[in-house]
Design a protein around this ligand. Structure first.
Ligand SMILES: NC(=O)c1ccc[n+]([C@@H]2O[C@H](COP(=O)([O-])OP(=O)(O)OC[C@H]3O[C@@H](n4cnc5c(N)ncnc54)[C@H](O)[C@@H]3O)[C@@H](O)[C@H]2O)c1
Length: 372
């Protein structure tokens, strides 16, 4: 299978996303041109290390590149101060200098954490993303948003720090747990919903075979998602406008993640899928889109077997007022007003700055009713 190349055009900070099967086995050759000395530091998590670190080490060694590696515990709990300090101090102990390259080898947690450590280490060290989850390949490894969570909420400490290269090896998705794969699918669907109705049509037809393991379909879905993200990021790197569309479903998602304590009760991508369904419901109630649109979104997510309703979240949840209050903590609040990404139809998202709170409460109340 061929490798697809998607450029992220950002002037002096431009880079390429390479997408294909077997890229990890070729990682040494892919990364070598970036190196000023033949040594890299890799940070990964224990699960990714157990499946794939040996392949990466061999690929680097084949090009005479020395590797030091640190593995952190898997999961969202690692995206915080403790592992940030640990990674930063380890990189200093390893004498990583500004001209060196660090490799973030893992899902969105590793990518965000290591990217942020690189943004602040010696005021900025280059890094390469080798994303290993579907979510990280289609979303978090591209665009330079890095950061960690704090007690106050998700991603509240962070920096824009673009990678120098992204290597998305489709073959590593084969070792993902089905639940993690489907969580990433929430972000894939998001691209169709926010700006490409034809891609959503394609997903309705091809999504099930893609989830079942068809590599050609996976490569196309990752490529189309990355093309969309790269286009948006190159037009609006720091989210002054259009980039906010990538937050479709995220205001709901962040409140739900907070309400479930960032636990395995709700994975980020699952929250995005539920959030997208709620955003379309809200859009329909505001008379912005047809009744058919939210039904189609929900039907497709259900057909894929991902979470789509609040009833799919196990355990207790807050009531509608409680969830609304959590949305007020979201950093996407502009001047105290709640901001949502709404849609005039599938593929037609836009930023709405003044959404009536009572409608949001009504949508949440009805969605919570489905749980009882
Ligand atoms: N920076 C951004 O623009 C951006 C965008 C979207 C999401 N995010 C962030 O991404 C994070 C979620 O990322 P995620 O869903 O990748 O979670 P994750 O990094 O926790 O990975 C999910 C699980 O899959 C395991 N795993 C990873 N690759 C594997 C593989 N190839 N085989 C087997 N297991 C594997 C991990 O060990 C982990 O247990 C959240 O913190 C979210 O905020 C960031």
């Amino acid at each position: 299978m061929t490798t697809d190349l998607v450029p992220v055009a950002l002037g002096a900070r431009s880079y390429e996303v390479r997408i294909g099967a077997g890229l990890i086995e070729r990682a040494g050759a892919e990364i070598a041109p970036l190196l000023r000395r033949k040594r890299v530091a890799v940070i990964t998590d224990d699960t990714v290390a157990s499946h794939h670190l040996l392949s990466l080490a061999e690929a680097l060694e084949a090009q005479g590149i020395a590797m030091v590696a640190l593995s952190i515990p898997p999961g969202e709990g690692s995206k915080g101060w403790e592992q940030y300090a640990r990674c930063s101090e380890w990189l200093l102990e390893q004498k990583i200098e500004r001209r060196d390259v660090v490799i973030a080898f893992g899902g969105g947690v590793v990518g965000d954490l290591v990217g942020f450590a690189c943004a602040t280490l010696r005021r900025g060290v280059r890094f390469v993303q080798i994303p290993t989850t579907l979510l990280a390949q289609v979303d978090s490894s591209v665009g330079g948003k890095t950061g960690i969570n704090t007690a106050q909420g998700k991603n509240l400490i962070g920096a824009f720090h673009q990678p120098s290269l992204v290597l998305a090896d489709i073959a590593v998705l084969n070792t993902l747990e089905p639940r993690d794969f489907l969580a990433g699918y929430g972000e894939v669907v998001k691209y169709g919903l926010l700006g490409d109705a034809a891609f959503f049509d394609w997903l309705e037809i091809n999504g099930p075979a893609m989830a079942a393991g068809d590599m050609g379909l996976r490569q196309y879905a990752v490529k189309r998602s990355v093309e969309m993200k790269a286009g948006i990021v190159s037009r609006d790197e720091t989210e002054e406008g259009e980039r906010a569309l990538l937050n479709l479903g995220h205001t709901f998602c962040h409140a739900l993640e907070k309400a479930t304590g960032y636990s395995s009760r709700l994975l980020h991508g699952e929250g995005v899928a539920i959030g997208c369904a709620l955003a379309f419901e809200l859009s329909q109630r505001m008379g912005l889109c047809s009744q058919e649109a939210p039904s189609r979104v929900r039907a497709h997510l259900k057909a894929m077997g991902t979470k789509v309703d609040l009833a799919d979240i196990p355990g207790d949840l807050l009531d509608a007022a409680g969830l609304l209050a959590l949305m007020g903590q979201d950093k996407k609040v502009v001047d105290g007003k709640l901001r949502f990404i709404l849609a005039r139809g599938i593929g037609q998202a836009f930023v709405a700055d003044d959404v009536p709170g009572d409608l949001v409460t009504a949508v949440l109340t009805d969605a919570l009713r489905g749980r009882s």
